[in-house]
Design a protein around this ligand. Structure first.
Ligand code: HEC
Ligand code: HEC
Length: 297
């Protein structure tokens, strides 16, 4: 049996998906006192064979977040230029900077609410970056989360999984769950968006898709924000960005920024609703839903 519940508990990414070989190879721990042994971040306990796979994952992202691909790409450039020397190009640790994929602060960060102030003020031997614009910081934040997300889905599971092992569920029970307790049909349809999903993805790729649909997706649906002004007027639109103090709604020139203290606001993130739903899966539900989705040819 594949430990689906465990996969979900670990923040979804804990299935091997065949990428695990590299990370699973026990690496020699770096000599004591050697700082930033290499750019791959193995100096930070990743390769310590004494640790369990779960502890090697580091803290999991508390609130899964998605960002537009252009933002992530721009952030990658910024990160390489400004941060990569110390933290490694891939955020996994470098010359003296910690592995950000294992950072508690990054795991708890929501759209920059913790990372942005740290970038601005610096800490210890990390310099303050006071010249970066808010947009650049948002891009860097997007990249840092995207790298963390990737590391959660790639380094999670050590076991190699045979797709045949997955076929233990009941497609009928899965269909009932999909249309009933699972609440999937509130957002999906077997004859609509998910038609042919069993042809497009098979085996572990299908599992990954269902557990973690944002991976590799160019532009996941944007969260929708509803702001209620003091006057009682409401403004609804795509969430452009937010930080501790402000929220920006709308696209292009129609963007407007509001002071969070002066308005009420609500954010509907379709992806986080998908993730909330996943947290309720049991092992059996997972196998059943997988079996059902496999029949949607
Ligand atoms: C000169 C090296 C250096 C540079 C450049 C650098 N950092 Fe850091 N960073 C560090 C060090 C060292 C720490 C740990 C500081 C401490 O704990 O006091 C750190 C900590 C962090 C943390 C918090 C990790 C945690 O869990 O506490 C984040 C997030 C971070 N850096 C992001 C960035 C970003 C983003 C950039 C680029 C804008 C950047 N850093 C540039 C050295 C650097
Ligand atoms: C509140 C809405 C919501 C609920 C409930 C929900 N999802 Fe999703 N799901 C999404 C969104 C949004 C996406 C991303 C769609 C996209 O990127 O096109 C998604 C993506 C997926 C994908 C990938 C589709 C693809 O084409 O790659 C699968 C599979 C999936 N969900 C299965 C499920 C299952 C099974 C359930 C029930 C246990 C469920 N979802 C519940 C919103 C939801």
């Amino acid at each position: 049996m594949i430990p689906f519940a465990a996969a979900v508990a670990l923040g979804i990414g804990a299935l091997g998906l065949g990428f695990a070989q590299d990370a699973a190879t026990p690496t020699t721990p770096p000599a004591k006192g050697v700082k930033g042994t290499n750019a791959k971040g193995q100096g930070k306990g990743k390769g310590n064979p004494a640790q369990s796979p779960a502890s090697r994952l580091g803290p999991q992202t508390v609130t899964p977040q998605t960002y537009p691909a252009e933002q992530i790409k721009a952030g990658a450039q910024q990160f390489t230029a400004q941060c990569g020397f110390c933290h490694g190009r891939d955020t996994a640790g470098g010359e003296g900077g910690p592995d950000l994929t294992r950072s508690e602060l990054v795991a708890q960060d929501l759209r920059g609410d913790k990372i942005a102030p740290l970038i601005r003020s610096g800490r210890g031997s990390m310099p303050a970056f006071s010249d970066l614009t808010a947009a650049q910081i948002t891009e860097i934040v997007a990249f840092v989360h995207d790298e963390k997300t990737k590391s959660e889905s790639l380094t999670g599971g050590r076991q190699t999984v045979d797709p045949a092992q997955l076929a233990t569920g009941s497609a009928d029970a899965g269909r009932l769950y999909f249309n009933g307790a699972g609440g999937c049909s509130g957002c999906h349809s077997a004859t609509g968006d998910l038609e042919g999903i069993g042809t497009r993805y098979q085996g572990l790729a299908l599992i990954q898709r269902m557990l973690y649909p944002t991976a590799g997706r160019p532009t996941p649906p944007r969260p929708k924000a509803t702001v209620t002004l003091a006057s009682g007027e409401t403004v609804t639109g795509p969430l452009a960005s937010q930080d501790e103090f402000t929220i920006t709604v709308g696209e292009g020139d129609a963007r407007k920024t509001y002071d969070k203290n002066a308005v009420k606001y609500k954010i509907d993130d379709p992806m986080s609703a998908h993730f909330d739903q996943l947290g309720k899966y049991t092992d059996a539900d997972m196998h059943n839903v997988y079996a059902y989705l496999s029949t949607l040819k």
